[in-house]
Design a protein around this ligand. Structure first.
Ligand SMILES: [Fe+2]
Length: 385
């Protein structure tokens, strides 16, 4: 028995941004807040979105102060903006950071205005202001998840809100908005989507529906990411990646995550490596650990990622999952070795300790039980070329 939660309306595909005009009208004539960041404004994407509404920028309230890895204070500040007026709709526009701030800001006013009491699972009591999310990258999948990731500067860790009330009412996934993404951001965010597929497919908490999303996500990334990185203007590849990211979000929101995300956190928070690159670096080494006792599952991952596993026994086939991940990473210019990302082998024990401490919420759903010594061994494998 399991529950599947998805946004009720997803507008998908090239040109789907044109639906925004009608969506805004369907929420009445009240004020609309757009939550975004300065990079999105400078790239001209905010203008593109406003143009699609047939309105003027002065018809909207713009909150563009979101920074990468948003912390509690910026989410509460945006929540106060929502509280200060009678908004009919909030639009979150950008990568994972603006979308997560928009998700938080939508529910804060009705739920005490503070983030900390809402951390954890199912702590939100009341629905928020209607929310429309428009991703401009292809990776995080935040547009379809019931999760908000938030930096807690006090404990210097990432924390999460996990609640059905933060699922948006409407999502617009228009690959046209991702055309201008630089190659390195395309690679990092695309690998995040890949790891969402792999973790959701293999998580202890997964189910058949989440696995269907996850399988499609992995196959789409394998097919389209190398092309999207090589030629950002290839709309077919961009469309494939937009779809992959959305499916990856649905997969993790309904299936769960595991030790790849868990062990990657200090690379994000301590070493400031972009999230997608962090999880990709840890992926081959965690998969190599996880496949023991789960060979058949990882043989399937190997197949989805394009490896030929016919005529192999399940152990050999599962090893191909590791090889397939490394091949895909290297094809988009991301090394799986920590040293190539400026991390010395003398640092890995501290990073592993930190990871094991802060990631307890993610480790129970990992397909193989993981101890602190295991975390150390996995980090050491990532440090050894
Ligand atoms: Fe992720």
């Amino acid at each position: 028995m399991y529950t599947i939660l998805t946004p009720p309306q997803i507008e998908m595909g090239s040109g789907s941004l044109t639906s925004l005009k009608e969506i805004i009208a369907s929420y009445g004539t009240g004020r609309v807040l757009i939550v975004t960041d300065k990079g999105i404004c400078q790239a001209g994407i905010l203008d593109q979105v406003i143009k699609a509404t047939g309105k003027n920028i002065n018809d909207f309230h713009i909150f563009d102060r979101v920074l990468p890895n948003p912390d509690i204070s910026i989410m509460e500040a945006c929540g106060q903006v929502v509280e200060s007026d009678d908004y009919a709709l909030i639009i979150g526009l950008g990568g994972g950071s603006p979308m997560d701030v928009a998700k938080a800001a939508a529910v804060l006013p009705a739920n005490g205005s503070r983030i900390k009491p809402l951390l954890g699972r199912g702590m939100i009591q009341k629905p928020g202001v209607p929310l429309c999310l428009i991703p401009t990258t292809s990776g995080t999948g935040s547009e379809t998840t019931q999760a908000i990731v938030v930096d807690d500067p006090e404990s210097k860790t990432k924390k999460a809100i996990w609640d059905r009330h933060v699922i948006p009412q409407v999502v617009i996934v228009d690959p046209d908005l991702t055309i201008g993404m630089p190659a390195s951001l395309t690679a990092d965010t695309g690998l995040d989507a890949l790891i969402h597929g792999i973790e959701a497919y293999t998580a202890r908490s997964t189910n058949h529906v989440a696995q269907a999303y996850a399988r499609e996500c992995i196959e789409l990334v394998t097919k389209h990411l190398p092309i999207a990185v090589k030629d950002g203007k290839d709309l077919k590849a961009r469309s494939g990646m937009s779809l992959a990211a959305t499916l990856g979000g649905l997969a993790i929101s309904n299936g769960g995550l595991g030790a790849i995300h868990g062990l990657a956190y200090p690379l994000d928070t301590v070493k400031h490596i972009p999230h997608g690159r962090s999880v990709a670096i840890m992926a081959p080494w965690v998969v190599d650990f996880n496949r023991v006792g789960n060979e058949d599952t990882y043989a399937m991952i190997a197949r989805f990622i394009g490896e030929d596993v016919d005529n192999l026994d399940s152990v050999a086939a599962s090893q191909k999952a590791v090889k397939g991940i490394i091949n895909l990473m290297e094809s988009v210019g991301v090394s799986p070795y920590l040293a190539e990302h400026g991390i010395q082998s003398s640092e890995v024990d501290d990073l592993a300790t930190e990871a094991f401490q802060v990631s307890q919420r993610l480790l129970p759903s990992n397909p193989r039980k993981i101890t602190k010594d295991d975390a150390m061994s996995i980090y050491r494998a990532a440090a050894t070329r």
